[in-house]
Design a protein around this ligand. Structure first.
Ligand SMILES: NC(=O)c1ccc[n+]([C@@H]2O[C@H](COP(=O)([O-])OP(=O)(O)OC[C@H]3O[C@@H](n4cnc5c(N)ncnc54)[C@H](OP(=O)(O)O)[C@@H]3O)[C@@H](O)[C@H]2O)c1
Length: 295
């Protein structure tokens, strides 16, 4: 009988890629994707019942209140979803691998190129809830925390990734201000999904950073997308985080991914070079499969 894996947040950006790529990267697994409609993770009795019914051999926990702004506005809810629900799932998964998706937002962003051993210091509610959850998860030596940053891709809903956010604004005739002094190491969701499945297959628990090889400003990222999304032409404005009002934003969340590179079987790409490599390939740009075609 095939081992069973639960994927939470299966309708989210990364959850969708994990689900869609399972046939390729994890063909031996029977995959049980849970959306919010299937199961509200704040309903502890329902969570326990569902977990027992599926009786999984691994859990990949992608569900979260993932938008910084939402967490700032609803800190209690952020805590219930990001910390309490994670703690319950980790407890239920005591004897099996559990992979928790965390974020570079656990850092304050003053240093950049963060390694796993660097000290976290979150500056917003989202980062604080993620760090609290990480600590609970890592109490179990079988469990894994994967910190990621800005993830590119497309979703069924069309409103999940920063690429989709930019295109939606452009379609409405709204300009997007992209900060030239805020740095991330973006990565396509397909690469993240592949790494997750590889972590799931190997017995290598612990804390990992997974970011793209290139440190890019938000402005650089927008420029890199222009050849693929001509509708963004003239809609991107070079801005500065100094003018930002709202939840505190870490300036530089570039992640050093040397540790995870020793575990995964594929070279972790830089975002710009990944896009360039797709120029003359067949397939859709954001497919989890490597072969892609220009739009
Ligand atoms: N994408 C990024 O750039 C990024 C960067 C760093 C870390 N991460 C982390 O990576 C993970 C996946 O991110 P993502 O981009 O896929 O986020 P996402 O698109 O927001 O997906 C999260 C999913 O969690 C679900 N969810 C929220 N509350 C729930 C609840 N009470 N019960 C059940 N499901 C619930 C959401 O349901 P609905 O569909 O109903 O909203 C959504 O489908 C998250 O832990 C996120 O914090 C993401």
């Amino acid at each position: 009988m095939a081992p069973r894996a639960i994927i939470t947040g299966a309708a989210g950006l990364i959850g969708q890629y994990v689900m869609q790529s399972a046939a390729r990267w994890a063909p031996g697994w029977e995959v049980h994707g849970l959306t919010r409609a299937d199961l509200d993770l704040t309903d502890q009795a329902a969570v326990e019942q569902t977990w027992q019914r599926i009786d999984p051999q691994a859990v990949i926990h992608c569900a979260a209140l993932s938008r910084t702004k939402d967490c700032e506005h609803q800190p209690e809810l952020a805590r219930r979803i990001n910390v309490d629900a994670t703690a319950q799932l980790a407890r239920l998964s005591n004897d099996i691998p559990f992979i928790f998706l965390s974020s570079g937002e656990v850092f304050d962003g003053r240093q950049g190129w963060y390694r796993e051993e660097d000290s976290p210091n979150p500056i917003n509610v989202y980062g604080k809830t993620k760090l609290e959850a990480e600590r609970l998860v890592l109490e179990n030596l079988r469990h894994t925390v994967l910190r990621i940053v800005l993830t590119a891709g497309i979703s069924q809903q069309g409103d999940r990734s920063f690429v989709e956010d930019l295109c939606r604004l452009a379609k409405r005739g709204v300009n997007a201000s992209l900060y030239a002094d805020e740095f991330r190491t973006p990565l396509p969701a397909g690469s993240i999904a592949r790494a997750i499945w590889e972590l799931c297959a190997k017995t290598v628990p612990g804390l990992y950073h997974l970011g793209g090889r290139e440190r890019l400003s938000r402005w650089d990222i927008g420029q890199a997308l222009l050849p693929w999304y001509p509708e963004l032409q003239g809609r991107l404005i070079e801005g500065s985080a100094r003018s930002h009002a709202g939840a505190p934003r870490p300036a530089d969340l570039s992640l050093n991914c040397e540790k995870i590179q020793t575990v995964v079987s594929f070279p972790i790409p830089g975002f710009r070079s990944w896009l360039e490599s797709r120029m003359h390939r067949d397939g859709d740009l954001w497919d989890y499969e490597p072969a892609c075609r220009k739009r």
